[in-house]
Design a protein around this ligand. Sequence first.
Ligand code: URA
Length: 482
Amino acid sequence: MHVIVLDSETDFDGWRSAARTMAMSAIKPDEIIWTVAGRDPGLFESTPLSTAKADTFSVPASFIDLARIAILNRYPERFSMLYRLLFRLRENPRLMEAATDDDVVRIQVLAKEVRRDEHKMHAFVRFREFGRGDRSRFVAWFEPEHHIVEMAAPFFERRFADMAWSILTPDCCAHWDGRKTIFTPGAAKSDAPSNDPLEDIWRTYYANIFNPARLKIKAMQAEMPKKYWRNLPEASLIDPLIAKAGRTTQAMIASEASAPRASQQRKEQPMTPSSDYAKPDSLAALRAEAASCRACHLWKDATQTVFGEGPPHAPIMLVGEQPGDKEDLAGKPFVGPAGQVLNRALEEAGLDRDKVYVTNAVKHFKFVPRGKIRLHQKPNTPEIKACRPWYERELASIKPALVVAMGATAAQSVFGKITPIGKNRGRLIDLDEAGAETKALVTVHPSYLLRLPDEDAKAREYANFVKDLKLAASFLHKLKAA
Ligand code: URA
């Protein structure tokens, strides 16, 4: 029996070099015990590794990439699982392509759990200010499931480049001074400060984006599992908001039963046969796949992929530019100020937002940090192109009768080329790519309306926006009547 003692739980280089030596000597997976310095290695002595340069063999880069992430999983058997796969790759270099192989699938699951944990850390770390002025530092307490602190740190370096911060966790702490991050051993929760004025900002923000009409408690808990709540300042609002949402919903049901206006009755009618709503799987799969999209560099600074949202076979697909600050944090399209303009205009046009699919041409937030603010940056053509396959696949899955491109970026993505708004807005255009039946409509982006400095222009442009959306609504009515 061979005993390999790695330097730490995340010692990928140590594992890689020991695994290579063992595999070259044809040592079978069940002849090795893998452990970490400090853990009890049991009854066996550590095996000295030969430093003589043996023959080498190559494994696919996809294995190395996956192994580097999977090794961060807390699962104790991961070192030996990885070795078993490596050992088999010697005989079968194409094994990674076998999508149903047990060993491949297990390692993929480990890596997926790690990525998910990293994503949660990006979304749920909340800094609290500690000290004042030049001596102030932002400190957060977080309890990751896996060994992800070093992997997740570059995201915080980029996002909070100009503030000094520390993230404390039970296994490892990261400290950024504006130039580099250093890692120290784990800390206790009591080492982190527990209250500061930033918490009020989080609470106000959360209360503002909370929409009682769209409350889906299960989905919300899947996205924000309860175990993270204890470290989230906004968590104290969740139960009261849910309770209040219940009362609001009851009030809505009661008032609907009394005397609905004719226009409201029309809006409530389903826009596609209900059987269409019963097959959400392919969109769910797309959304899951897009969560780890690396097609361009924008994922690096964004909190998460903001995928489209809405019924899987919605008759209308609205396309915006890219998520903004609030969308990036919430993981949902059009929930910030532009979303409020859009909601109001949709309602005035007689369209129900819950029955349209809303997405963006680019699915990661592009910004430059300015102090604590993140300033929106317009995506460029390579970024729009890199993201277009997601739009194409959403389109193919939803098969809407009408695609509404809001703004220049959306129009560029929808038509696959730069398409001026002024010349094309306000009329239905055949969308050849999606099939003869699909039409497109170009209009302005709701953020454009927010930016107009003069109130008259704002009112005029808003009315034109609603007029365009009314064209979409009447197209739908005609389609349903036909
Ligand atoms: N602007 C967009 O284009 N999309 C959003 O989701 C929010 C703002």
